[in-house]
Design a binder for this molecule. Structure first.
Ligand SMILES: CC(C)(COP(=O)(O)OP(=O)(O)OC[C@H]1O[C@@H](n2cnc3c(N)ncnc32)[C@H](O)[C@@H]1OP(=O)(O)O)[C@@H](O)C(=O)NCCC(=O)NCCS
Length: 234
């Protein structure tokens, strides 16, 4: 049992809504376009697909938005309305979704993983030597957290925030994440980043009841009000 970590919704910026479920809800929650897509899925896949959409729709309803069907494009990326950013994740026994207004958040990604060490050899494939050294040092400080899997989970959340905005791939070695024990982390891109991608990235992660949840997001530039206040001081 890992103590002292925040609940997943506490990781996220103001204005963003998070819902999660352990287990599955009835398939009746699927809307007709989703039911069509899910018709060819296995039973397990259909259930996670339905439950995570139930989580997302609860979030959309919290934001006062209509409960529309959430289908994915050909890359697997969910299609949200113009005014919404969001992300969905599922792993063994757990499903979660986050949604927020695109007026506040430029992009967001979440990922969930069972809190177990990565299989042998995977860490070396998804991380730099500096990241591996950091994982080793954190493991020395706090052995109850599977740091290698936390790193993997954070990188997946970065990809899910990155992809809808760039429509390009992002390899595990294209980003370096310096994990902090306080459930944050610093990101450094090791590849060219599109000029119009917001720079203010943030990552947070937590381990709760056997599940790692990571979130990565970009806020938009400071509001006009903040900018003019700063100009006033100078
Ligand atoms: C797409 C990917 C991130 C999904 O992660 P996963 O751990 O396998 O699965 P999860 O359950 O957490 O997430 C699946 C959900 O992600 C969303 N998703 C899929 N492709 C996506 C994309 N290109 N962009 C954003 N979200 C995507 C979907 O909502 C999907 O659920 P759904 O099919 O029920 O709608 C992963 O399979 C992948 O391709 N990773 C390689 C790229 C990467 O992570 N690079 C790291 C760079 S640092």
């Amino acid at each position: 049992m890992i103590t002292g970590h925040p609940a997943p919704h506490e990781l996220l910026p103001d204005g963003v809504v998070f819902h999660d479920i352990r287990g599955d809800v009835s398939l009746d929650v699927l809307l007709p376009p989703e039911r069509d897509v899910a018709a060819s899925f296995s039973e397990r896949r259909r259930r996670e697909y339905a439950t995570v959409r139930h989580c997302a729709r609860r979030g959309l309803s919290d934001l006062g938005l209509v409960n529309t069907a959430i289908v994915n494009d050909e890359s697997g990326c969910p299609i949200w309305g113009e005014s919404v950013v969001g992300s969905m994740t599922h792993c063994r026994g757990y499903r979660a979704a986050v949604v927020g207004p695109s007026a506040l958040i430029a992009g967001i990604g979440i990922d969930a993983e069972v809190a177990e060490e990565l299989p042998r050899g995977v860490l070396a494939r998804i991380s730099s030597v500096a990241e591996q050294d950091r994982v080793a040092s954190l493991a020395h400080e706090r052995a109850d957290v599977p740091w290698d899997r936390v790193l993997f989970c954070v990188k997946e959340s970065i990809f899910k925030a990155w992809y809808p905005l760039t429509r390009t791939g992002l390899g595990f070695l294209d980003v370096e994440v310096f994990l902090e024990a306080d459930t944050s982390g610093q990101i450094r891109f090791l590849r060219e980043v599109p000029a119009d991608l917001p720079e203010a990235w943030k990552v947070r992660w937590t381990v709760n009841d056997g599940i790692i949840i990571a979130a990565a997001w970009m806020t938009l530039t400071p509001s006009v009000e903040c900018a003019s206040t700063t100009r006033g001081i100078h």
